[in-house]
Design a protein around this ligand. Structure first.
Ligand SMILES: C[S@@+](CC[C@H](N)C(=O)[O-])C[C@H]1O[C@@H](n2cnc3c(N)ncnc32)[C@H](O)[C@@H]1O
Length: 146
């Protein structure tokens, strides 16, 4: 697994549920599921085949939930536990967050690929920030609690 994804996983609060929003390959959610047999994992992506592929990988695991939808439209369930949104521009991450109901003490782990500084405008508690090198790119990861 790539160093960036490993770092994201190291920032997750163990044992709580995890939302992998914009999951694509699903590696964050899948790895977390394997490490935490009691946690529910929510996979969200707007591309259908992405969701279908992950469904095939976790067949009949009752603690997985799948949402094939544009998360900017607002997910049908309030977010709680850990929420990972990684690998898209900060503007989109902010749009996704503003469209959700989010419970108190939710941990947001955000890894914008573009305009990372925009993330700092979120009205939550910034508890951690780190940067790492991915190839020639510098990636920032932010952790907020709501
Ligand atoms: C570059 S991949 C990132 C995958 C993984 N999160 C990572 O960090 O490696 C971005 C994914 O986000 C999804 N995505 C982008 N905007 C989205 C939105 N508004 N709602 C749901 N999924 C979205 C894309 O379809 C794509 O699969």
């Amino acid at each position: 697994m790539r160093n960036r994804l490993k770092t994201i996983l190291s920032l997750v609060h163990e044992g709580e549920n995890l939302w992998d929003i914009g999951c694509d390959h699903g590696l964050v959610g899948l790895d977390y599921m394997n490490q935490h047999p009691d946690a529910s994992v929510y996979f969200v992506d707007r591309i259908k085949h992405v969701i279908e592929k992950i469904k095939g990988q976790v067949a009949r695991d009752g603690r997985c939930y799948f949402y094939h939808m544009d998360a900017c439209l607002g997910l049908p369930k309030p977010l709680s536990g850990n929420v990972v949104i990684a690998g898209m521009g900060a503007e989109r991450i902010l749009n996704i967050i503003s469209a959700q109901k989010i419970e108190k003490n939710t941990r947001l782990i955000l890894n914008p690929f573009k305009d990372p500084e925009l993330i700092e405008q979120l009205p939550y508690n910034l508890v951690q920030q780190c940067t790492l090198q991915e190839g020639r790119r510098e990636r920032s990861i932010y952790v907020f609690t709501t």
